[in-house]
Write a protein that binds this ligand. Structure first.
Ligand code: PMP
Ligand code: GLN
Length: 381
């Protein structure tokens, strides 16, 4: 199909295959290597045994929608009606694709930041829409107001935001969020905000776009259970926002998957209601892993951007090869470690050419082993 001709196999699939072939430590694709809370896993087993194995409603079981609504109130201070303003999706990926398909006409423009999560470009292309980007630059990844303003036009329909951000680990500041909100209002655009790492924030404050004054009416918030409960393979996500926009997205979703993940939905409802201690411990565990990886990469001599949130650390690997893609293609066989080139998340290949993303959602021993292997391969001492 012409619209998809620029899209081959995803960078995650390619690097995971290389990792498997070389028996490498996989610091590439972002998925946890241990199970999440047992209460959530047990709830799924119970749900299967209780026969919750047939189609849920296309918006999701009422109990999950209520749990999402409670979660938005508890953590974000945002009120959403569980009946009309919440819908379950097959992960955040389906939420992003169906939202863009539902809201964009051919030729409409979507403003986003690059580097961007890879499915954004593909979903925008599927809808026949046009992406307009503003580059976040290593090592601070600060929003450049001039280029952001220039990305808006009279064709802007959506702003697609991701905070905490993949791949950079950036958590957008209040000033940056206010600027994005003001531009969206000025251009009468809807903000679609991907907050899948909302509970993985280390030394910053996660600000939900829907919680900013005047933004709830024009914001669709997307999140997912995958990162918070270490259930990336369950593919339970959700969207919250104005009822008429949810209805539009649901109309598309009905014909993409209709619904999914029946026994996982009550399990994630259980997860969303876990006590504050669960969410605080998750943050502390992941902060320690971030520090382990950041310190290790620095010791090897790489310039590193310390992430405030998310699963990933971006480092400049220009010392290891001509560009990040070459480095990452060679790394599994050469060093026994897999990583992902940041150029895969860019329109402008020059912008992230030498940058490489390493995941820290792994056991500490795995991170340490990865660092040891890199040290042995690249140590000049
Ligand atoms: N958005 C971002 C920023 C992500 O990093 C990911 C997955 N890593 C997704 C969306 C997809 O989430 P899901 O697995 O729930 O589809
Ligand atoms: N979101 C994960 C990452 O950024 C990968 C998801 C996928 O493989 N599509 O690594």
């Amino acid at each position: 199909m012409h619209r998809m001709q620029d899209f081959g196999e995803t960078i995650f699939a390619e690097m995971t295959q290389r990792a498997l072939a070389a028996d490498a430590v996989n610091l590439g694709q972002g998925f946890p290597d241990a199970d999440g809370p047992s209460a959530v896993l047990e709830a799924a087993v119970d749900a299967i045994r209780a026969g919750r194995n047939q189609y849920p409603p296309s918006t999701g079981f009422p109990d999950l929608r209520e749990a999402v609504s409670e979660h938005q109130r508890r953590f974000r201070g945002v009120e959403v009606d569980p009946v009309t303003q919440v819908m379950a999706t097959a992960g955040a990926t389906e939420a992003i694709a169906t939202t863009i398909l539902a809201l964009c006409e051919q030729g409409d423009e979507v403003v986003t930041f690059e580097p961007y999560y890879d499915s954004y470009a593909a979903s925008i292309a599927l809808a026949g829409a046009v992406r307009r980007t503003s580059v976040l630059r290593f090592p601070d990844f600060t929003v450049d107001e001039t280029s952001l303003r220039a990305a808006f036009s009279e064709r802007t329909r959506l702003v697609l935001l991701n905070t905490p951000h993949n791949p950079t680990g950036k958590v957008f500041s209040r000033t940056e969020m206010d600027l994005i909100a003001a531009l969206a209002r000025e251009h009468d655009a809807v903000v679609v905000t991907d907050e899948v790492y909302e509970h993985l924030v280390y030394d910053a404050e996660h600000i939900a776009m829907a919680s900013l004054p005047g933004m709830a009416d024009r914001t669709l918030t997307i999140s997912s259970a995958g990162k918070t409960f270490a259930t990336t393979g369950w593919k339970i996500g959700w969207i919250t926002g104005p009822a008429e926009l949810i209805t539009a997205v649901r109309t598309v979703k009905q014909f993409v998957t209709f619904s999914g993940g029946a026994p996982f939905q009550p399990a994630i409802a259980t997860g969303l209601r876990l006590p504050d201690t669960f969410f605080a411990e998750l943050r502390d565990v992941m902060r320690a892993r971030r520090d382990l990886l950041v310190d290790g990469l620095r010791e090897i001599g790489l310039p590193v951007a310390v992430p405030s949130g998310g699963y990933f650390v971006v480092a400049d690997c220009s010392a290891w090869g001509p560009d990040g893609l070459t480095v990452c293609r060679e790394l599994p066989a050469k060093a026994g470690v897999a990583a992902v080139p940041v150029s895969a998340f860019h329109d402008d290949p020059a912008a992230g050419a030498t940058l490489v993303r390493f995941a820290f959602c792994k056991q500490p021993a795995v991170i340490t082993e990865g660092i040891d292997r890199l040290r042995r391969t690249f140590s000049t001492a």
